[in-house]
Design a protein around this ligand. Structure first.
Ligand code: SAH
Length: 207
């Protein structure tokens, strides 16, 4: 079985990821287009891989767990903080209407743009900047996802989340972080622990 299908099989068998839309998005997006040439053979190893500037493309299982927690709808407008390779944004593009993804490091913003363009993806906007302050120009968002470890959720992000919106973020310092799903209901934020994960740290004002 090709490595991509064995990953899908594993998620199904363990009951970790069963949503057909999510699995179809995983099938549709070629992860090999988002990794460096020297890692293409390992594109479907279930691990984070180095990209440029000391950053990483997240582990497929981690990405899928985060996407599942977002309960994405085809009508959603999504904000991502930490474009990195653009891979997560590419998956989001298949599951939502429009995606804004912010990247702090200019070479990575360019890398993400190039990778997304090579897949012909048109509903993702890559912005070079500090995502800690969100993206007020396109707010409010149905869903917000942070793919870098942050000490706490920057307050602007909750403000930019719609009523009924969902936000997923790994909280903690370097090492291991606790990933939370936040829901905004009647203006109040509730949170649920998704598990322990490892991310590169958030930079900028809220890092
Ligand atoms: N989602 C990415 C992986 C994220 S790695 C993918 O699918 O490949 C985390 C990324 O967050 C890194 O590229 C890092 O440069 C970026 N980052 C860190 N702090 C940031 C900030 N304040 N605003 C935007 N991006 C940030």
């Amino acid at each position: 079985m090709p490595p991509k299908e064995s990953l899908i099989d594993h998620w199904r068998a363990t009951g970790r990821i069963t949503d057909k839309r999510l699995l179809d998005a995983f099938r549709a997006v070629l992860r090999e287009k988002f990794v460096l040439q020297e890692y293409k053979e390992r594109a479907y190893d279930d691990v984070a891989l180095p990209i440029i500037e000391g950053q990483t493309i997240s582990q497929p299982t981690t990405v899928m767990i985060m996407l599942q927690a977002l309960e994405l709808k085809k009508t959603d407008v999504v904000l991502e903080i930490g474009a990195g390779s653009g891979y997560n944004a590419a998956l989001l593009s298949k599951l939502a209407k429009k995606v804004y993804t912010i990247e702090f490091l200019k070479p990575l913003a360019d890398f993400a743009k190039k990778n997304l363009a090579s897949c012909g993806i048109k509903n993702v906007v890559v912005i070079h900047g500090d995502g800690g302050t969100g993206y007020p120009k396109a707010a409010p968002f149905d869903k917000i996802i942070i793919t870098a470890a942050c000490p706490s959720v920057p307050p602007q992000l909750f403000e930019q989340l719609k009523e009924g919106g969902i936000h997923v973020a790994p909280l903690g310092q370097t090492g291991v972080q606790e990933m939370f799903t936040f829901k905004k209901i009647k203006g109040t934020i509730s949170r649920e622990l998704l598990g322990l994960f490892q991310f590169v740290p958030l930079r900028g004002e809220y890092g």
